[in-house]
Ligand binder design. Sequence first.
Ligand SMILES: [Ca+2]
Length: 213
Amino acid sequence: MKPVISILLNLLLVGSLIAQQGLKADYYNGTNFNQKVATRTEPNIDKSWNDIPPVPGLDPHDCSIRWTGRLTAPETGTYTFSAKVDDGIRVWVGGVMVIDNWQLNDDGRFTGKVIMRKGTPYDLKVEYFNALIEGEVRLLWTLPNVQSPVVVESKYFNEKPKPSPQQAPAKAEAKKILHPLPSPTQNPKNNQPPSTQNQRPSNNQPPTVEPWS
Ligand SMILES: [Ca+2]
């Protein structure tokens, strides 16, 4: 009977995951998550706008968005996350910050590398703000042994379930195996006024990680 029970449990799990696919997106007016306007589930992070906001009631030129959920890698290896933004963005994978560029950007592009294990659900958090004129935020990744970055698809995202004791080990494991080194953008002196041109990604070396074993 055990194999049958296992198959049934797996089917229930798959059904549950399909139902929750996507990320939770919280929209705020103000660049520092000041006033919540809307919450909804989104399939990916891939949008741009000018005068028409992505959700009704949002100030398109003075807003912030926070996406949260879980990300499951299709295979084990090194993943390069890429963010294309106007203006600022911060990205955490497995509780570790992999992209940190919380400043004004005009079509900024930033990357960070992490090693992920197949099948492990990693907590994902992406914070974004737009303070001037047009807004853009796209989250891409380059899979192991692949050349080109692509937008992370909804099938790899799941909304984060409410915390329970059973989910704690996965989070702890993610923190244990992800060890990015400090990047230039994580310098504590980064409290200077926002600059639109001087800190572009061409000289923004991505954080590297120590391999887990
Ligand atoms: Ca802008």
